[in-house]
Design a protein around this ligand. Sequence first.
Ligand code: NAG
Ligand code: NAG
Length: 235
Amino acid sequence: MQVGLYLLLVLHIAEGCKLKDRKFEEITAHIGGSALLPCYCTDPQATPGRFTWKKPRTNIDILEEMSSERIQYRDRVQLVNGHSPGNLSLLISLLTEEDGGYYRCDLESRYTDIKLTVKGCTLTNLKTTLPITAHTGGSVLLPCSCTELRAKPKTFTWKKYNQKWDSIPFESGQYRNRFQLVNGHSPGNLSLLISHLTEEDGGWYRCDLESESTLIRLTVKGKTLVCFLSAKCVE
Ligand SMILES: *[C@@H]1O[C@H](CO)[C@@H](O)[C@H](O)[C@H]1NC(C)=O
Ligand SMILES: *[C@@H]1O[C@H](CO)[C@@H](O)[C@H](O)[C@H]1NC(C)=O
């Protein structure tokens, strides 16, 4: 009887959470987006004892316990286990640049380390040139956006090629009131809307962000007149 109880106890301890043996993990996410920092028990149904997520305090080699009570994390960090108690993953949302760095999932002196890199805006459509066709008098949207629409780039410029690449002066002469940035409430949407198109608006455009750019070739076609034998013409 005594032996039976003893065995049961050992069995129970052996069933506790053992952290999945994983190599140091690197995760990349974008400003404004979210990141799931993975940490699991080998057995998804294992109930872990006390575990903590830690992060080194800025510039100091001391790991600080992350508490959702702290202002910097409030409403942004949460444990998400997807109904398996052995899943100790941490979800951080509305990422800021300061969230980048090292994290440690610490379970009774065993741990998993993760490096999180938080990137700013990365443009979509980098590898291709976009051909766009529109008609005089109409309007056209030249698309340019960050892969993460909530990422707000520090600076960006729209350029048009006239013998050389010139920044578009939105407020002057031919551009005023016709060239508008429209982001539809997404800070990472850098699209340019051109209205009342003229044939001169045709050509090459570039949306520039640091060392990246999106290249667009705009063709503006004149309206074609179709005339009938009755001498009546329609656009
Ligand atoms: C842990 O939970 C998160 C959130 O529900 C889920 O995305 C992830 O796949 C889970 N990991 C494992 C190994 O179950
Ligand atoms: C950017 O905003 C414009 C105008 O609201 C919208 O038409 C376009 O779909 C948006 N682009 C993206 C990638 O959301």
